[in-house]
Design a protein around this ligand. Structure first.
Ligand code: HEM
Length: 224
């Protein structure tokens, strides 16, 4: 009988783990996007939301889970890619001739997303926690850090917004293949369901890309 450790150290187990962490990260993207919508509607509300996210104890625990999710996903990807390149006992990358650009470039798009993430965390997350942030007032008149202005200022640089837009397009490509691949890895591979899963994956990745790109574009337009 295989133990959990045994399962996750096998190639199949690693594919499972990739799939589960990938789908978990997809759910984070939805929540992150919904939270950011306040950027369009109400700076005070956005600042209050950011304060809530950085101070609520449950969210703090979720942040640790998120970091572990990212790390597991990345480390697993590296291990699986190496294993495939070696004796290729498990075909993760599929047939080269039949495979799409998205599937063949998961490593490339994943790496660029990681570089984007480091830049993103540095300019928003780190800046908010450790930088010299302007203060403003919340809806009760209390002092609060002005995250809205940090975001607005960052996106007032055209090159910064351009990096975001490019990264979001590559994120879309990564999600487009990752989404359907995750469902296949957890065993949902069936003539009847696969086309629907592919369509859902395409819809999800396009929505996430357009959704996140809309923030830099919005700030660019309002500052013209
Ligand atoms: C234009 C699009 C985006 C905007 C405006 C944005 C904005 C922000 C802001 C303001 C923060 C810090 C405050 C907070 O926690 O809410 C943050 C944190 C974070 N963002 Fe983004 N984000 C964008 C896209 C993304 C994407 C595409 C990813 C993942 C690939 C991502 C991953 C993260 C992570 C991991 C954190 C730190 C965790 C957290 O504090 O919730 N963000 N983002």
């Amino acid at each position: 009988m295989s133990t959990n450790a045994g399962l996750f150290s096998s190639s199949l187990g690693k594919k499972y783990l990739m799939a589960i962490t990938g789908l978990f990260l997809c759910s984070f993207l939805i929540i992150h996007f919904l939270g950011n919508i306040a950027l369009f509607t109400n700076p005070v509300q956005f600042n209050e939301y950011t304060r809530f996210m950085s101070s609520n104890p449950i969210i703090r625990v979720m942040e640790i889970v998120l970091v572990l999710g990212f790390l597991t996903h990345i480390i697993d990807a590296i291990i699986l890619t190496r294993a495939n390149k070696k004796a290729q006992p498990v075909k993760y990358a599929m047939n080269k001739n039949k495979s799409s650009w998205y599937s063949r470039n998961m490593g490339l798009t994943g790496t660029i997303i990681l570089v984007f993430l480091i830049l993103h965390l540095q300019s928003f997350w780190y800046e908010y926690k450790f930088g010299e942030v302007l203060m403003t007032v919340d809806s009760n008149g209390n002092e609060i850090k002005d995250m809205f202005t940090i975001v607005k200022t960052a996106f007032s640089e055209w090159w910064y917004s351009a990096i975001y837009i490019l990264a979001m397009i590559l994120l879309g490509s990564h999600l487009n293949h990752g989404f359907q691949s995750a469902f296949q890895s957890v065993g949902l591979r069936h003539k009847k369901y696969t086309p629907t899963i592919k369509m859902l994956g395409a819809g999800f990745s396009i929505s996430i890309t357009i959704g996140f790109i809309s923030f830099p574009i919005y700030f660019f337009i309002i500052q013209l």
